[in-house]
Design a protein around this ligand. Structure first.
Ligand code: SAH
Ligand code: SF4
Length: 436
């Protein structure tokens, strides 16, 4: 989501006449986009801002700004932490950035812009010309209020963008060569639940879909030029029969879902206020795997949530095997000010959090290797991204299930096209294959 927001701001600034600098050093304007999900992310942003502001001694006209969740969370306090910061702009005010930069150019300092929780941004969702894959925000904010999470405080209340606006945005992207879109939202399948997104004169769904999110998937997959549609993040309550039917029957919808589980223990899930049990979560996974045997699930997990016992951690471990996760992001619990769980003692030691983190990462490597080995001999449809990062003689791309596939290209292979690759070798995070 932050990558997408940065891109939108960059595009707005370009439209206002600014140009990308070749390096950070050369830039006369630097804006740090920040994340508040964990304390470490905030510390990193503060450290970076400190270093950037120190360069103002030699370059007094250099403009340094802060955007994103931290600006929204800290407000005026951010200028006490970073006194030389020129501006800080909260989550739904990105459209104001070009005018804020102008005000700084005219001599103003320490400008703060925060948004209200239910503000609807009026800035267009600008995109840069970044190739064949694009992020598209469809849902802002979050109403769920999981006990540990700062997102609802900093990103505001849930708001779904009108379907017509989203389709128009994706159509324009496709005309510029975009072939893959990833729809973004915190609980993305909640799309259209809090505010209407379709209007009376919109055509009825050809597939008979009634839920707004399934209708949106149908409409996006029908946009000429779009070859792949992904979305993130999911919540098990959104894995309805209709969604499973949409994902398995519509063309271009990838058989992949990022479905954060956070924990495999019912007691911890309840304390986290996630709104599902282990059994409900696994039921959602089974529905997807049954309808689409090639389905790939990825997840987020928090280790060391307050009071998490060794036995409860082991429940998370076993759930991760049962759910057959293709990949997982593991987070060490970090208390966030003002969230319900911050009132609980952060009683799992850092050393223990690190150990649990490593155990899950090792498990994931082993599981990734085993799952990927099952794909040896199969043919994967790969959206070609370009040269492999590790070996420029090879190219890489992503499978439908979002796995990185490395192969040797022929001169005819083009970036942004889908090619069939037979898998010959597997690693935990990567598949190696040859063009068919
Ligand atoms: N909306 C998504 C998650 C957004 S935050 C969802 O509900 O799944 C991204 C991830 O950060 C979360 O899935 C969680 O694993 C992690 N996270 C959020 N708050 C955290 C905290 N206080 N400490 C550690 N990890 C956290
Ligand atoms: Fe945070 Fe929960 Fe909302 Fe995800 S669903 S953003 S974890 S409150």
């Amino acid at each position: 989501m932050n990558v997408r927001d940065s891109e939108a701001v960059s595009a707005l600034l370009e439209a206002a006449g600014y140009r990308h600098a070749a390096t950070e050093d050369e830039a006369d304007l630097v804006i740090v986009n920040s994340c508040s999900v964990r304390e470490k992310a905030e510390d990193k942003a503060l450290g970076k801002l400190g270093l950037l502001c120190a360069t103002k001694r030699e370059r007094p006209n250099r403009i340094i700004g802060l955007m994103g969740c931290m600006a929204q969370r800290l407000g005026e306090a951010v200028f006490r932490r970073v006194p030389k910061l020129d501006f800080a702009v909260g989550t739904r005010r990105n459209g104001a950035i070009p005018s804020l930069v102008k005000r700084v150019e005219n001599g103003e300092r320490n400008i703060l812009e925060q948004s209200s929780p239910d503000e609807i941004p009026d800035a267009p969702e600008a995109h840069e010309d970044l190739g064949f894959s694009a992020f598209v925000t469809i849902l802002l904010g979050c109403n769920r209020r999981c006990s540990y999470c700062i997102v609802p405080d900093v990103r505001g209340r849930e708001y779904s963008r009108p379907a017509r606006e989203i389709i128009a945005e994706i159509s324009a992207l496709a005309k510029h060569g975009v072939r893959e879109v990833t729809l973004l939202g915190q609980s993305v399948m909640n799309y259209g639940r809090m505010n209407p997104v379709w209007f009376d004169d919109d055509p009825p769904s050809a597939g008979g879909f009634k839920e707004p999110f399934s209708r949106l998937l149908e409409a996006v997959s029908a946009v000429p030029g779009i070859l792949r549609v992904r979305f993130t993040s999911g919540h098990p309550s959104g894995v309805t029969d209709e969604l499973v039917r949409a994902m398995s029957s519509l063309p271009h919808i990838c058989h992949h879902l990022h479905l954060p589980v956070q924990s495999g223990s019912d007691r911890i899930l309840k304390s986290m206020r996630r709104g599902y049990t282990r059994a409900m979560y696994l039921e959602a996974c089974n529905k997807l795997y049954t309808a689409m045997p090639d389905f790939v699930l990825t997840t987020d997990v928090i280790v060391g949530y307050p009071t998490e016992t060794e036995a409860e951690f082991e429940e998370t471990r076993s759930l991760m095997y049962e759910a057959k996760f293709g990949n997982a992001f593991i987070f060490k619990y970090s208390p966030r000010p003002g969230t319900p769980s911050a009132a609980m003692e952060d009683d799992v030691t850092d050393a223990e959090k690190c150990r649990r983190d490593e155990v899950l990462l090792e498990d994931q490597d082993r599981r990734g290797q085993a799952l990927n080995e099952q794909l040896v001999g199969s043919i994967q449809q790969v959206l070609v991204e370009g040269r492999s990062l590790r070996n420029a003689a090879r190219w890489s791309g992503r499978s439908d299930g979002n796995k990185i596939v490395v192969f040797e290209p022929t001169p005819a292979v083009r970036e942004g096209t889908i090619v069939p690759v037979r898998i010959v070798r597997a690693a935990p995070q990567t598949l190696y294959g040859e063009l068919v």
